[in-house]
Design a protein around this ligand. Structure first.
Ligand SMILES: C[S@@+](CC[C@H](N)C(=O)[O-])C[C@H]1O[C@@H](n2cnc3c(N)ncnc32)[C@H](O)[C@@H]1O
Length: 210
């Protein structure tokens, strides 16, 4: 947690409340699933929904579904006839994700694909307006390279956890921290994009393809 918890509470209080279905998904994830803190949560979920509503994308790709929280938020901004692909390697999550997709009535707008994102991304014959990278940190740079040509000019790639609990500031870095730091360096040097590191929750890198 990068933000002071009191500030986070205040920000949540003065933001549109978490939808009742997202509240239940949040609670069920915390009650039943390991590493529940991976879920985007209220503020970041609201922010993802806002980005999506501003962009009104036809095609969204999410890499790392987990229990579906961010997918349900991102799907809120889809244009008429729009589609969100969300990828996860963990087949045990599928039933829960599908249950909530059904509850929100978004079955025709969200396509969950189970498998390794490295294998799945090359099979997607689509041009994306928005990509959300939120899977294994070690592969962030690979996901970026894999999706780059599939993002339209002017489209956005958002990468989560780019502050990695503040560990990116440390001198001695473990494998994941180094991967995230190297990813941030890579984006900063990439003159094909403009980028802003937003210190919301665990850090969002907002990248626009020029
Ligand atoms: C941080 S969680 C995603 C959180 C979700 N986006 C949210 O905000 O609620 C990361 C997810 O990436 C998945 N994952 C890890 N490695 C993967 C891979 N190689 N391919 C696809 N998914 C992967 C994990 O199973 C996990 O569910």
């Amino acid at each position: 947690m990068i933000i002071n918890p009191e500030i986070e509470k205040y920000a949540e209080k003065y933001s549109t409340p978490e939808h009742e279905i997202l509240q239940r998904l949040n609670r069920e994830t915390h009650a039943k699933i390991l590493h529940a803190r991976m879920l985007s949560g209220h503020l970041q979920g609201n922010m993802l929904a806002v980005f999506s509503k501003m962009l009104q994308p036809q095609r969204i790709l999410e890499i790392g579904t987990f229990t579906g929280y961010s997918a349900l938020c991102l799907a809120q901004g889809l244009a008429e006839g729009g589609l969100l692909y969300t990828l996860d390697i963990n087949e045990e999550l599928e039933e829960m994700v599908q249950k909530y997709i059904k509850e929100t009535g978004l079955e025709s707008k969200i396509k969950l694909l189970i498998g390794d994102a490295m294998q799945l991304i090359p099979t997607l014959d689509e041009i994306f307006d928005l990509v959300f990278i939120d899977a294994d940190k070690i592969n962030y740079a690979h996901y970026y390279d894999l999706v780059f040509e599939k993002v339209r000019k002017g489209g956005f790639i958002i990468a989560d956890n780019v502050l990695w609990y503040g560990k990116v500031l440390g001198e001695k870095q473990d494998k994941d921290t180094k991967a995230i730091h190297d990813f941030n360096e890579k984006i900063q040097k990439d003159n094909r994009v403009s980028n802003t590191l937003l210190p919301l929750r665990d850090g969002l890198m907002i990248i626009q393809k020029l």
